[in-house]
Design a protein around this ligand. Structure first.
Ligand code: SAM
Length: 279
């Protein structure tokens, strides 16, 4: 039997890197990630080719990247003194964003992903102080010990989980949300997707997602995190931003006449957002 396109959850990092490479090649690019094409590789391109047609251009992930870039800049302007990127995958923001050289940026991901990233990026120079750790973030003890180390000495840290939560179940996300509620962690940027979109992607990808099933799609959207004590400081609808950035396919632009679903009750509607939470 042929090897599956996605053999484990870390392969999904190659998938999103493809979209960053495509966007970077546009003359009107919203961001430029010159390392993305190398990192995505053949496997990443094969996964992207299998994506459902509504999202084949990658507009949701491209928009998500841009929205998160902007919220990182905003957090830095508001005094952020550390960035901790959980499940950083093949993200290269420390190499491409305009960052203070003194900023400490810590990435965590599974050992295989970090090994490969370090090999592929050997010789590249980040713009800030970058370190990486091999951590299984679903292991509560390992995660807590990592957060102790990563947040030590910080007072206004920004935690990012881009593209991670969807692969966790509700209980794992709840545990992570409680674990991140530490005085040093001031902000948490995440993306959240409604059940209708998750079902559409799962259906479109079919068996390709068997080894990385998508799970987290809270019916109460942003309120899921508010119930754990986080405040939603910024809620940016991915669709709405994509319309503004002119990245939504023509036929889908027609839906812009409808009001956005309630971010605290997306229910069965199509909705996804980038959210910056604050303690
Ligand atoms: C869709 S990718 C997103 C990567 C990156 N944040 C981005 O947006 O390009 C999901 C990432 O989650 C990581 N991941 C999934 N489960 C994990 C776990 N238990 N511990 C650490 N990393 C995990 C995978 O290795 C992969 O890099």
């Amino acid at each position: 039997m042929a090897e599956p396109l996605i053999s484990n959850v870390s392969d999904t990092a190659r998938w999103v890197a493809v979209y960053r490479a495509w966007e970077s090649a546009r003359p009107d690019a919203l961001f430029r990630d010159p390392l993305a094409d190398r990192l995505a590789g053949e496997r990443g391109r094969a996964i992207a080719a299998a994506a459902p047609k509504q999202a084949r251009s990658g507009w949701p992930m491209i928009t998500r990247t841009k929205l998160i870039d902007d919220l990182i800049a905003q957090s830095l302007a508001e005094g952020c003194d550390r960035v901790v990127n959980l499940a950083a995958g093949l993200d290269t923001r420390p190499y491409r964003l305009d960052l203070p050289a003194s900023l400490t940026w810590i990435e965590a991901d599974l050992p295989g992903m970090i090994d490969e990233k370090e090999r592929l990026l050997a010789g590249e120079t980040p713009r800030c102080r970058l370190t990486r750790e091999r951590v299984d973030l679903s292991d509560a003890a390992a995660r807590a010990a990592f957060l102790d180390r990563a947040l030590a000495g910080a007072s206004k840290a920004l935690v990012i989980t881009e593209g991670l939560l969807i692969y966790l179940d509700d209980e794992q996300v709840r545990a992570l949300a409680r674990d991140l509620a530490r005085p040093a962690a001031r902000w948490w940027i995440l993306d959240v997707t409604s059940a209708a979109i998750v079902a559409m992607i799962q259906k479109g990808m079919g068996k390709h997602l068997d080894n990385a099933p998508m799970k987290f799609a809270p019916r109460d959207g942003v309120a899921f995190f508010e119930k754990i004590g986080w405040k939603a400081r910024d809620i940016r609808s991915i669709y709405r931003a994509a319309v503004r950035f002119r990245r939504v396919p023509l036929v889908m632009r027609l839906f812009a006449v409808f009001p956005d679903p309630d971010p605290r009750n997306p229910g069965k509607k199509f909705w996804s957002a980038v959210v910056r939470l604050e303690r």
